[in-house]
Write a new protein. Structure first.
Length: 176
């Protein structure tokens, strides 16, 4: 059963999307603050994860946001764009022999691994195991997307980790 995701509207371009597709500002004591976790108890204002909307909010007369908060939002947007590039590349590579997925396959192929992509919502226990593997074998890793998003590439419900076994692919991903 699909979980209902609330719809919100961008205060800049008036586009309606799922709540998760926006950056959130809150107004606390007359100041606008970036709410990265989207959980502050205050009136929320939503902005598209687009450069144009972020630029326009910085010039908005009614939304007076500090340069420090704008910087935080810009850094978050940069992270999101990098994550989207990883996802697009993984989508293309999903049928190749240069990837393995899941905890079991990752540990079976540990001698071949060049890089790991770990889901952001992996359990703490599994995350510790994977990070230890990376430290022991000198493997670079990044945390990207959710287990469900990573699972879609392989037709699975969810995947904790994707292993990159091709050096050229790993080097290409490291430059993102």
């Amino acid at each position: 059963m699909n979980k209902h995701v609330p719809q919100r509207t961008c205060v800049i371009c008036r586009t309606k999307k799922d709540k998760n597709d926006f950056l959130r500002l809150v107004k606390i004591d007359g100041k606008f603050i970036f709410d990265k976790e989207k959980n502050k108890q205050a009136r929320g204002f939503y902005i598209c994860k687009e450069k144009e909307c972020l630029l326009r909010v910085s010039k908005h007369k009614k939304i007076n946001i500090s340069s420090e908060e704008m910087y935080k939002m810009a850094k978050e947007l940069e992270k999101i764009n990098t994550e989207e590039r990883y996802i697009k590349i993984l989508n293309v590579l999903s049928k190749s022999d240069s990837l393995c997925f899941g905890m079991e396959m990752t540990f079976e192929n540990q001698k071949k691994l060049e890089m790991l992509i770990i889901a952001k919502d992996v359990s703490q226990k599994n995350k510790e195991k994977l990070i230890k593997l990376c430290a022991d074998k000198n493997i670079k890793y990044i945390e990207v997307a959710t287990k469900e998003i990573l699972g879609k590439f392989f037709g699975k419900e969810s995947i904790n980790v994707i292993g990159i076994m091709d050096e050229k692919v790993a080097n290409g991903l490291k430059t993102l």
